[in-house]
Design a binder for this molecule. Sequence first.
Ligand code: ADP
Ligand code: MG
Length: 216
Amino acid sequence: MQGIFITFEGIEGCGKTSQAHLLSQHLEKQGYKIVMTREPGGTPISEAIREVLLSTDFMKMHPHTEVLLYLASRAQHITEVITPALQDGKIVISDRFDDSTFVYQCYVRGIDLKTVEAMNHFATGGVSPHTTFVLDVDPVEGLQRAKSRNQRHARKEDRLEREAIEFHQRVREGYLKRAREYPKRIYVIKSDRDKEAVHGEIREIVEGIVEKGKNV
Ligand SMILES: Nc1ncnc2c1ncn2[C@@H]1O[C@H](COP(=O)(O)OP(=O)(O)O)[C@@H](O)[C@H]1O
Ligand SMILES: [Mg+2]
C-alpha cells in the first residue's frame, strides 16, 4: 500500500477534530490527496452504528456489545474507505481509530487485550496507522472544552461524555501507557496550548514523514 495512514487520539475535548482538520487543510494546500474520516463512522453503515454507540438511550450497553459494535463499524470503514484510499496513494487522516478501542475497551473497561487484538485484526485485515498523535490534556480542561463546543452547536452530551471524571482520567492514562508501548508510532502532543502551537508541532512531524515516504 502506497498511502500514509495518520490517526488522532485522546480524551474528549483534547482537540482531535480540530487538529485533524488543520492538518488536512495544510496538506491539501501542499497538493497532497487527503481523505479525512472518523471513527466510529466514516461510511453510511458505520455512521448508523455510531448513532447507536453514542446514544444516551443505551446507557446499559454491555461492554462486549460495545466492542463488537466498534469493530463492526471499523470493518466497513476499512473496506469501503481506508484501504482503497491507501491503495490510491492518498494520505488518510482519521479522527480516532483502533487505539481508542484498546484504551477504552481494554485498559479502561477491562476486556482482555489479546482477545480484542485478534478481533481487531479480523476487522482491519491488518491495516494499521503509520503515525498516531495522542493529544494530551487534563480531563477537567478537555471536558470543559467539549461542553462549550456542545453548547455552541446546540448538541447534547453523548453517552461517553456523561461518564465521570475518573473514567476520563483513566482514559488519559491508558493513552499514555499505549504511547509508551508504541514509542515509534505514537507521538504524545501537549494540547493545553493554543491550537496553532499544537498544529505547528504536528505539521513538522508529518512533513518529516511525508518527505521520507517520497524518497523510498
Ligand atoms: N488547543 C486548544 N485550546 C483551546 N480550545 C481548543 C483547543 N483545541 C480545540 N479547542 C476547542 O475545544 C473544543 C473541543 O475540540 P475538538 O477538536 O472538538 O476536540 P475532540 O474532537 O478531541 O473532542 C472545540 O470547541 C475546539 O474549538
Ligand atoms: Mg471530535
